[in-house]
Design a protein around this ligand. Structure first.
Ligand code: TXA
Ligand code: MG
Length: 328
C-alpha cells in the first residue's frame, strides 16, 4: 500500500489498485481528491451527509454554496435529475466533458441535503478524464466534488497543489498528472424557461449557443444565494494583488503575458496567443507569479480576448483581481 505523505494524506497512483482503494475510501465516507479534465475535485459520497459535511469543513466553504454531483454517464444523471430536451441535447453534445447542468432534482434521489444547499435543483457533470471515469465506475454512485482548493483560492490543476493546500485534511489524492483543460466546467442552469449561464468554463459559450441554436444566453444576475463561484466577487485569488489588461506593467510587478509582443513578461500563458493553451496554463501561472511576487507583491496580466475560453479566463482573472474580504 502506498505510504501516506508526511501530512497523512495518501497519494494514490492512477492504476487499478489506486482506483479501487480510492473507491473504497469514498464508500467508507472518506474524502478523496481526484483528477478531472478541468481541475482536481475533492470527492465524497454524495449520499453520505457526514462525508459531505467534511468537504465543506476541509475547504472552509460556506454552507450556502452547493456542490456538483459527478456521475459516470448521462443515464446516471437521469436517475438523479430530470433532463428536458435541451438538457438531453447538451448532454449528447458535451458529455463526458467540461459542462455542468443545474437541473430539477428527482424526488428520492438520495442526495445529502448539503450537496444542494437545500435547493430543489442539483448540479450534475459527467467528467471525461479516464481516472475520474474509472473512479466513478468503481464507486458506483454519485460523487460530490467541488474543486480541491481552500474556498476562495486558486483551483488545483496538479496533485501537488491539492497536497499543498489540503494535505492532512483528506484521506487521499489520486495523482493523474496535470489537468488538460485547466479551468472549471461551464455551468448552465436549466431549471426554467431560459438557459442561464452561471459560470463560463471549459466548454466555450459559442459552442453551447450553436448546440442550442440560440444567439444569446442569459447571464445569471445577482441573487441572494451565491449560485456559482461567479456570484462571489473575490475568488480564485492569489496572495499577491492582481491587475488585468496590462500592456505596460509597473516596476516590480510580475507580468503574465499572453501572445506575442509581451517581451519582458516573467511568464506567458501562450506565446502563440492560443486560448486553449492559455486556459491550461492559467492557474499554474497564477501560482508561480504569486511566489515570484512575494509578500505584498503585485501581478499584472496582459489582455486576453473575450472569445472561446478567453471568456472563462477573464472571468477567473476578474475574480482574482476583485477586492478581497477581510481575513480574520
Ligand atoms: O470543473 C468543475 O466544475 C470542477 C470539477 C472538480 O468538476 N468543480 C467545481 O466545483 O468547480 P465548485 O464547487 O468549485 O464549483 C461548482 C459551483 C458551485 O460553487 C455552485 O455555486 C454551483 O456550482 N452549483 C452547484 N450546485 C448548484 C445548484 N443547484 N444551483 C446553482 N449553482 C450550483
Ligand atoms: Mg471552486
Amino acid at each position: 500500500m502506498p505510504a501516506p505523505e508526511p501530512s497523512g494524506t495518501t497519494v494514490l497512483a492512477p492504476d487499478a489498485q489506486g482506483i479501487a482503494r480510492a473507491a473504497g475510501l469514498l464508500a467508507q465516507g472518506g474524502l478523496v481528491a481526484f483528477p478531472t479534465e478541468t481541475v482536481y475535485g475533492l470527492g465524497a459520497d454524495a449520499r453520505n451527509p457526514g462525508a459531505v459535511a467534511r468537504v465543506f469543513a476541509a475547504k472552509g466553504r460556506p454552507l450556502v454554496n452547493p456542490l456538483i454531483a459527478h456521475v459516470v454517464d448521462t443515464a446516471a444523471a437521469a436517475l438523479l435529475t430530470r433532463l428536458d430536451a435541451r438538457a438531453e441535447r447538451l448532454a449528447a453534445a458535451f458529455w463526458p466533458g467540461a459542462l455542468t447542468l443545474v437541473l430539477p432534482m428527482r424526488e428520492g434521489a438520495g442526495i445529502a441535503p448539503q450537496v444542494t444547499a437545500g435547493l430543489p435543483t442539483l448540479a450534475v457533470r459527467v467528467p471525461s478524464h479516464p481516472v475520474a471515469k474509472a473512479l466513478l465506475a468503481a464507486f458506483g454512485g454519485p460523487v460530490a466534488a467541488p474543486s480541491a482548493n481552500p474556498s476562495g483560492r486558486i483551483s488545483p490543476t496538479r496533485a501537488e497543489h491539492v497536497i499543498e493546500a489540503l494535505g492532512g485534511r483528506i484521506e487521499a489524492v489520486l495523482d493523474g498528472g496535470p489537468c488538460a483543460v485547466g479551468l472549471e466546467s461551464t455551468i448552465l442552469a436549466l431549471d426554467g424557461p431560459e438557459v442561464r449561464l452561471l459560470r463560463p468554463g471549459g466548454v466555450p459559450v459559442e459552442a453551447i449557443k450553436e448546440c442550442l441554436g440560440v444567439r444569446l444566453l442569459t447571464v445569471a444576475g445577482k441573487t441572494v444565494r451565491p449560485q456559482a463561484p461567479g456570484m462571489m466577487a473575490s475568488h480564485y485569488a492569489p496572495v499577491a494583488r492582481l491587475r488585468m489588461n496590462v500592456t505596460r506593467p509597473e516596476t516590480g510587478e510580475v507580468w503574465i503575458g499572453f501572445g506575442p509582443g509581451c517581451d519582458g513578461a516573467a511568464l506567458n500563458l501562450s506565446a502563440d496567443g492560443d486560448l486553449d493553451e492559455a486556459a491550461t496554463a492559467l492557474f499554474t501561472a497564477m501560482r508561480v507569479a504569486d511566489v515570484l511576487a512575494g509578500p505584498g507583491g503585485s501581478i499584472a496580466v496582459a489582455p486576453v480576448p473575450e472569445q472561446g475560453l478567453g471568456l472563462a479566463i477573464n472571468d477567473r482573472l476578474q475574480r482574482a483581481a476583485a477586492p478581497r474580504p477581510e481575513t480574520p
